[in-house]
Design a protein around this ligand. Structure first.
Ligand code: ADP
Ligand code: MG
Length: 541
């Protein structure tokens, strides 16, 4: 039951086509469990960690249930931040690729309200918004909830942490009782269960339980890279490590095809394996991989499940996997049959949080490493080449070549120069260029509520730094605005942000000390409530 195929879920042809275009091969566990329940009309409480596909878990069935002939507002999705509202509406639009007449509109604080009012006037059947702004529109009557039949609370825990509880209750109280209510959250504290009790009817609990997973003894490292240098990073690591067989994981079929093409273009023996290939094609690829005429296999998680090759040297997570179970499955492909294996994972930007979650749940030690420089590669290539030369000398049978060298020496070239020129000819790579792999810094965050980092307690009792922001009651700033802006701009989960004091002309906010610098840099020149802000460490009182 863990992983279902979308084809087995009674979805429309249009939906299946759109899902396939998005490159999803099969449903993630939370999707496998939620979609049919939501399709059946029942309320749902869904719990699974971030990055496990919750958006599509409610998005796919919800969009299927909309009536395209009804132009009124039918569905309201509430989420904590502007970024998330935009992200969800983008995913919805992809899911709606083959359906016309369904309008989706994100509405969030920070965008001029007049523009939103105009957009709302044109009509939308689905809105995705932050609670504060949605309430604002409701009280202006620019958003009418009378005909809403579907409500989703996404990232409910985050919304409560950000102080949206009252807003959410006000909104839910105004939506007719004849509705389907879905709530998704990574955690289920008591306040959320209170909400579900008050606002849901006989909800089905869908939980993706994270098993204790043990990782075999595999050397695991990760590299923080920029998205656009991933390909270079992969090539460089392969050049450096010279693996016999490597398996490269991508999250979608499309990415597999793209990567294979790029690697082949650079002269690597790479081929792809995914669900769109015919069985005969797959067999052929696997045969080549097994007898080592193919060295680099690029695959999706689904396709890789059937791989029965024992001596894979390196597993690459070109894309960070959806959840920790995938991670375990993937790296379990190496280090088999008593051999030592290695797993290399690429992490882009905020994915570092997901990786930390994987580390926590799997208790895996994944160490950060820097990508090898051009000099490192040269060194390795030189060593390999020199060893090879020594081997050839030891083997003998060189008389034919000794004659060539002798004839060159009679032309006044020295043996030393001749040898050096041969080295250069073999080792010099005119195309080699230094690449800037260094990713932009992402603020690190430890959840001081879930598991207080020891570091904080040693520093002082809270480990928070007080920041000063030059807006306040005068600008009608509310705690939500501050949390939303800080979380949205810097990627720090809202619940990491501490106490907020709003005064007439300025605001104090406590943030975890070690991220202070990242926040100050990340918020530079940003706006809150339309005003360009100035943020700095608060002075001692
Ligand atoms: P969550 O809400 O649980 O944090 P998201 O819905 O944001 O997770 O999904 C995380 C990523 O996984 C997105 O990039 C999404 O497009 C992708 N994704 C979702 N479902 C699938 C699937 N079935 N197969 C492959 N990728 C998926
Ligand atoms: Mg989500």
């Amino acid at each position: 039951m863990e992983y279902l195929k979308f084809e087995d879920m009674n979805l429309s042809r249009e939906a299946l086509k759109a899902i396939s275009d998005m490159g999803f091969e099969e449903a993630t566990p939370i999707q496998s469990q939620s979609i049919s329940i939501i399709m059946s009309g029942r309320d749902v409480i869904g719990q699974s960690q971030t990055g496990t596909g919750k958006t599509a878990a409610f998005g796919i069935p919800l969009l299927e249930k909309l009536d395209q002939y009804d132009k009124r507002l039918q569905a309201a999705i509430l989420c904590p931040t502007r970024e998330l509202a935009i992200q969800i509406s983008e995913e919805f639009r992809k899911l709606l690729k083959y359906r016309e007449n369904i309008k989706v509109l994100p509405i969030y604080g920070g965008q001029p309200i007049d523009r939103q009012i105009l957009a709302l006037k044109k009509g939308a059947q689905v809105i995705i918004g932050t609670p504060g702004r949605v309430m604002d529109h409701m009280s202006r009557r620019t958003l009418k909830m009378e005909h809403v039949k579907f409500v989703v609370l996404d990232e409910a825990d985050e919304m409560l942490d950000m102080g949206f509880r009252e807003d959410i209750e006000t909104i839910l109280d105004k939506i007719p009782g004849e509705r389907q209510t879905m709530l998704f959250s990574a955690t289920m504290p008591k306040e959320i269960l209170d909400l579900t009790e008050r606002y849901q009817k006989n909800p089905a609990h869908v939980m993706v339980i994270h098993k204790e997973l043990t990782v075999p003894s595999i050397d695991q490292v990760y590299f923080e890279v920029k998205e656009k240098v991933k390909l270079d990073a992969l090539c460089r690591l392969i050049d450096m490590e010279n693996p016999g067989l490597s398996l490269v994981f991508c999250n979608t079929k499309k990415l597999v095809d793209e990567l294979v093409e790029q690697m082949q273009g650079r002269g690597y023996f790479a081929e792809g394996l995914h669900g769109d290939l015919k069985q005969s094609q797959r067999d052929l690829v696997m045969k080549k991989f097994r007898n080592r005429t193919l060295e680099i296999l690029v695959a999706t998680d689904v396709a890789a499940r059937g791989i029965d090759v024992d001596d894979i040297d390196i597993v690459f997570n070109y894309d960070l996997p959806q959840d920790e179970e995938y991670y375990i499955h993937r790296i379990g492909r190496t280090g088999r049959a008593g051999k030592s294996g290695r797993a290399f994972t690429f992490v882009v930007g905020k994915e570092i949080y997901k990786l930390r979650e994987i580390m926590k749940l799997t208790k895996a030690k994944i160490f950060r490493r820097k990508l090898p420089s051009l000099g490192d590669i040269e060194e390795v290539k030189t060593r390999v080449f020199v060893d090879k030369i020594k081997e050839i000398i030891d083997e003998g049978h060189l008389i034919k070549y000794v004659n060539i060298v002798e004839s060159m020496i009679t032309e006044d070239y020295s043996a030393l120069d001749i040898a050096a020129a041969l080295m250069k000819h073999n080792l010099y790579d005119a195309d080699a260029e230094e690449i800037d792999f260094e990713a932009e810094p992402v603020p690190r965050y430890e959840n001081r509520f879930g598991k207080p980092g020891r570091k904080y307690q040693e520093d002082d009792e809270r480990g928070m730094t007080r920041l000063f922001i030059n807006i306040g009651k005068k600008e009608k700033v509310k705690p939500n605005d501050i949390v939303g802006a800080l979380a949205g701009e810097t990627g720090i989960p809202g619940r990491a942000i501490g106490h907020i004091d709003i005064f007439e002309e300025f605001t104090f906010v406590d943030v975890p000390r070690e991220y202070t610098k990242d926040i100050i840099i990340g918020m530079k020149n940003k706006k809150i409530k339309g005003k360009k802000i100035n943020i700095e460490r608060a002075k001692q009182r």
